[in-house]
Each structure stands twice: as structure tokens, then as C-alpha cells.
Design a protein. Structure first.
Length: 262
């Protein structure tokens, strides 16, 4: 398997610098501390995925010249992971076709309610030059689906919001963990090969009610035993150099535009 991941944005919901906290604990002289919100591009064996559509999606797609997608996967319905969804209309225009999106029941309900104009009617492709056209696909944790031969397993992430999903690609060769406080025990049974790469969130080093801290994140990393781990979704409490010093050799903080091949 050949794969590539681009961290389109490495920041938590407020970004860095944030309007409220500014640079916080981050050194403003380090350009890797400037972060926009989190979306992630994943390419496996030529199949192109986007995980989440943050409010900065337009500039992320333009800056990285991403003009084609095979599927968009959603972790959850919080605004910093969803509200750039309108920018997918440009992918429709380029491909002249509809685009499949995948989400759990709670997230899909929110999308259909808040962004009804984006949703294609069943078995009908809209005039995509004029109108956006997204095809909703309902998925469930621990039930795999396939996109052009790539196996995608949604896994359950707990205590962040009513529904949050991570994704295991091809039984664990790549693992993407979105916002979480705990990872459901059932998820570990779905990671059956040693991951070549895993992306995990670290909103703050000390953790919060709805977010795991560094000790918790490192505990899960030790259990999953991924070869290479990248930490994203970092708020202004996470200075790039400090996080680098606090993590083992196979773990590193993300930055906007970071590209990893595996």
C-alpha cells in the first residue's frame, strides 16, 4: 500500500493565534505555530479522501492544489469540522459529478438540516456547475465500507460529543483519530495490523473535559503501537517545539501543510 496524508490545518477551533488568547503559549517566531482549523487529506493507492471540512477549507484546497476527491468522511458535527462544507461545490464543478460524503446518523442529520441545499436527490445528479451536489451515505461504528477498493472502518470515540468517529484504513495501515476523551474498547479490535501512520488530536497538553491530554494520548499511542504518530488539532497552549520535546521519537506535532508519505 502506498499512502500520503496532508495536514491541511493543524489547529483547534479557535486557531492560532486566536482572537481571545492570541499566541498563548506558542512562540510567534515559529511559523509552525500559526494554525488554521483541522481538515486532513488522505490518499491511499490513488484513492482520495478528505476527512472533515473545516471553515478554512477553501484556502486549504487552493494552497494544496486539491481538485479531486473520491469521498469525504466526517468525524462529527462541530462547526470547526463541518462548516466549510459549502466549499465542496468547487469539487463538483471540476469533476462535473456528485460527491459522496460519509457520516454517522447524528452528523448526517445535522448536515441535512443545516445544509439541505447541498444534498443531491436520490439517483439524481444536479447541474453541478450551478448547484452543489453531495450524496449522503450513512455509516456506523464498527461496520466497514469500501471506497474504490480501500477498506474504511469507522470506530467510536467517546466523551467529546454525542457522536464522534475515527477511521481505520485497510485494517490499520493508516489510523485517523478525531476529537476524543476516550477511545472505545471495540475500536482496538478493528486495528489488526500495526499502523504505518496514525494522526491524533492534542488540543491542550493537560487535557479538558472533552479532550484527552498528552498523558492520555501517549497512553493510547503506546497501546496501538503505531510506527509514526502525528499530533494535530492543537490550540494556543501547544507550542510546537515544546510538544516536540515532550514526545517520544516516533511522535511529532503537526503543522499546516505537513505532508507525510507512508
Amino acid at each position: 500500500m502506498s499512502g500520503k496524508v496532508i495536514i491541511l490545518g493543524a489547529g483547534a477551533a479557535p486557531g492560532v493565534p486566536s482572537l481571545c488568547m492570541g499566541w498563548g503559549n506558542c512562540n510567534p517566531e515559529n511559523p509552525r505555530n500559526r494554525r488554521i482549523r483541522t481538515s486532513t487529506y488522505v490518499e491511499i493507492n490513488g484513492v482520495k479522501f478528505l476527512i472533515d471540512t473545516c471553515p478554512n477549507l477553501r484556502e486549504q484546497l487552493v494552497d494544496n492544489q486539491i481538485k479531486a476527491l473520491d469521498a469525504v468522511l466526517y468525524s462529527h458535527a462541530h462547526a470547526d469540522h463541518l462548516h466549510g462544507i459549502d466549499d465542496l461545490r468547487e469539487i463538483n464543478r471540476i469533476s462535473r459529478d456528485s460527491l459522496n460524503i460519509y457520516a454517522g446518523a447524528v452528523t448526517l442529520k445535522r448536515i441535512k438540516h443545516c445544509f439541505a441545499y447541498l444534498i443531491a436527490k436520490p439517483n439524481q445528479v444536479k447541474n453541478v456547475v450551478r448547484m452543489p451536489s453531495l450524496v449522503p451515505n450513512l455509516i456506523k461504528a464498527n461496520h466497514p465500507f469500501y471506497v474504490k477498493g480501500v477498506k474504511v472502518m469507522p470506530i467510536k470515540l467517546l466523551q467529546h460529543c454525542p457522536e464522534c468517529l475515527g477511521y481505520v484504513f485497510n485494517d490499520g495501515e493508516y489510523v485517523h483519530i478525531a476529537d476524543f476523551k476516550m477511545i472505545a474498547e471495540s475500536a482496538f479490535e478493528r486495528i489488526t495490523v500495526k499502523p504505518k501512520l496514525m494522526v491524533m488530536p492534542l488540543t491542550t497538553p493537560y487535557g479538558q473535559i472533552q479532550h484527552a491530554g498528552l498523558d492520555e494520548v501517549l497512553g493510547y499511542i503506546d497501546r496501538i503501537k503505531a510506527r509514526h504518530v502525528v499530533l494535530n488539532h492543537m490550540a494556543s497552549e501547544c507550542d510546537y517545539d515544546e510538544i516536540m520535546q515532550m514526545t517520544p521519537e516516533n511522535v511529532e506535532p503537526a503543522y499546516d501543510g505537513m505532508t507525510i508519505e507512508f
